[in-house]
Ligand binder design. Structure first.
Ligand code: SF4
Length: 557
């Protein structure tokens, strides 16, 4: 009997025909004997259980009272990471132990499934930021809001305020199903194929915080869109659903699995199966259970779903999903057509109900609690009660009556949220970087913001000729939180040698992108060997690339 035919027996020791010489730590194959320190602490006590200790012990006893395993492990299950101690330069990141790099303050990630917020919720986040997080707030490229400078003493009160308005930090980090990316224009766009909100809500309500899915091999990312622009970067998620019309079965979703970037990037693959909206929750649950039961747990750097998919292949993956987890086959389905519009939703757009939504670009995702509160007030003044965050570090204000649009746009400009940004501001994103991230080697947001300003000055007049945003993604280390491999210009933070001296800089990746305007399918950028730029040289390099592109591009490129 093959693995594909067996009913899964959790913890049973069975063998596949391709069993590795060393166990991968697959629970359904090797048993669940922990093979590394992360697996040990997760099995000993689940990450979700730390909440009670935070509320009952650590918030009262302060930072010094926190058990190190909770601090460096389980806290993440509630969206909490220690942030980097100020003043430690990137050259020392690899030399110091993690605890030597960390501060007694936390980064707190607020989970916003589908990026859907009410103005009331936004105001609560803004208030928490100003009161407990030194007015810090970053919009992440996974539709979350990330706060900094949080002290453990304040966490229970922060949770109380968030949960009172239906928000949470549950499983915002950790080896769990992270926030579900959702089309920022779900339910409103005039050209929408299907509103994915019911599917996003079903997964979030049924499975987030479910202890049976709270110990996955590593993080697990989901994306769902019903918009033809495919606005959720689905190719780089572990499990994604993209709206498509089946010739006989109507509107549903094309399912993708196994995408992820980091040091070994891999684009997701279509299973070739069609999922009706009513089965999305069940199918997502099946894929997630495959990851839990068969995902590799021995080595952390091999623990994402992409490695299992690479070994199994799409055919076997679908077979296991259908036979072991769904109990019935999925129909074959078509691929969604390549998008013909840009999916960042920046600018002014008419909704299906005749009102408008306005998409605005903060500078590299950086805002503040004050700005978020001002945005909530401004939206309400102009008739809106709904805000969306996007996977491109942008914000949308929904449901704006036509005669309020101009006033809203002017108000957004006044608080630093441009709905008519330059192509450079629109296309640039940056990860957290050395200001707060313990893994960072290089500063990101400040350098990227300066580069935008310089590019606007130098190339602003050429924007009509350039025609579309040039994506410039800036990372502070070899991880890929800012998706460097799928940018026109991706910059990976590292120390670079210039004139014989090691300085903070970036390795260049060129020519990556997701399927969209001018690009039939996603492709990973090319690492240009030896091409490195110093941290203050982003604009110089981007200018050279853009001028050369304008001079050399083929007709229609
Ligand atoms: Fe930190 Fe590196 Fe991720 Fe940037 S890419 S946020 S520096 S881990």
């Amino acid at each position: 009997m093959t693995v594909e035919q067996q009913a899964p027996v959790r913890g049973a020791r069975t063998r596949t025909s391709r069993a590795p010489s060393k166990p991968h730590g697959q629970w359904a194959v090797d048993g669940n004997e922990p093979l590394n320190a992360n697996e040990e602490f997760k099995l000993a006590d689940g990450g979700l259980n730390v909440r009670e200790r935070i509320e009952q012990v650590y918030a009262k006893g302060g930072f010094a009272s926190i058990d190190p395993t909770d601090l460096h492990g389980r806290f993440r299950w509630w969206g909490l990471y220690t942030q980097r101690k100020p003043g430690i330069d990137g050259g020392r990141t690899a030399q110091l132990e993690p605890h030597e790099l960390e501060d007694e303050y936390f980064m707190l990630r607020v989970r916003i499934d589908g990026g859907q917020l009410t103005t009331e919720q936004l105001r609560v986040i803004g208030g928490i930021s100003t009161e407990f997080a030194r007015d810090s707030a970053d919009l992440t490229d996974r539709q979350n809001v990330q706060l900094h400078w949080v002290q453990v003493e304040d966490v229970p009160e922060i949770w109380r305020r968030l949960e009172a308005v239906g928000l949470s930090t549950t499983e915002a980090c950790g080896d769990v199903p992270r926030v579900i990316l959702g089309s920022p224009v779900a339910g409103i766009a005039a050209d929408e194929i299907i509103d994915p909100t019911p599917q996003i809500r079903e997964i979030a309500d049924r499975f987030i915080g479910d202890p049976t899915l709270a110990n996955l091999p590593r993080k697990y990312k989901t994306a769902i869109t019903g918009h033809p622009s495919q606005d959720v970067v689905h190719e780089i998620n572990d499990c994604a659903f993209v709206a498509v019309e089946h010739p006989e079965l109507g509107i549903g979703y094309d399912i993708w699995v196994g995408g992820a970037l980091a040091a070994v990037p891999r684009l997701g693959e279509r299973l070739g199966a069609f999922v009706v909206p009513e089965r999305v929750g069940e199918v997502w649950h099946g894929v997630t259970q495959i990851f839990r039961d068969y995902g590799y747990r021995r080595l952390r750097n091999k623990a994402r779903l992409k490695f299992l998919l690479a070994d199994w292949g799409v055919e076997k993956f679908r077979e296991v999903l259908e036979n072991e987890y769904l109990g019935s086959p999925l129909p074959d389905g078509p691929a969604a057509p390549t998008p013909t519009t840009i999916g960042d939703h920046v600018g002014i757009h008419r909704q299906k109900d005749g009102r408008f939504y306005v998409g605005a670009a903060p500078l590299v995702g950086r805002v503040s609690g004050t700005t978020l509160t001002a945005l909530a007030d401004l939206a309400e003044v102009h008739g809106s009660r709904r805000i969306r965050t996007t996977p491109h570090q942008k914000l949308l204000v929904l449901d704006v009556p036509e005669d309020e649009v101009d006033g809203l746009v002017a108000g957004l400009d006044a608080i630093g949220l441009s709905s008519r940004p330059s192509l450079f501001r629109r296309g640039t994103i940056a990860c957290t970087g050395i200001e707060y991230c313990k893994l960072a080697i290089v500063e990101t947001k400040v350098n990227a913001a300066q580069a935008i300003e310089q590019l606007e000055e130098r190339l602003g007049a050429l924007e009509p000729e350039i025609g579309r945003p040039i994506t410039l993604h800036v990372n502070g280390c070899p991880n890929s939180c800012a998706r460097i491999q799928v940018a026109d210009i991706g910059l990976k933070g590292q120390l670079v040698t210039i004139d014989g001296e090691q300085v903070p800089g970036y390795q260049v990746h060129l020519g990556g992108g997701l399927a969209g305007v001018g690009r039939d399918e996603a492709g990973l950028g090319r690492t240009v060997r030896g091409l490195k730029v110093p941290a203050d040289g982003i604009a110089d390099y981007a200018e050279r690339v853009i001028r050369r592109y304008l001079a050399d591009r083929a007709d229609g490129e």
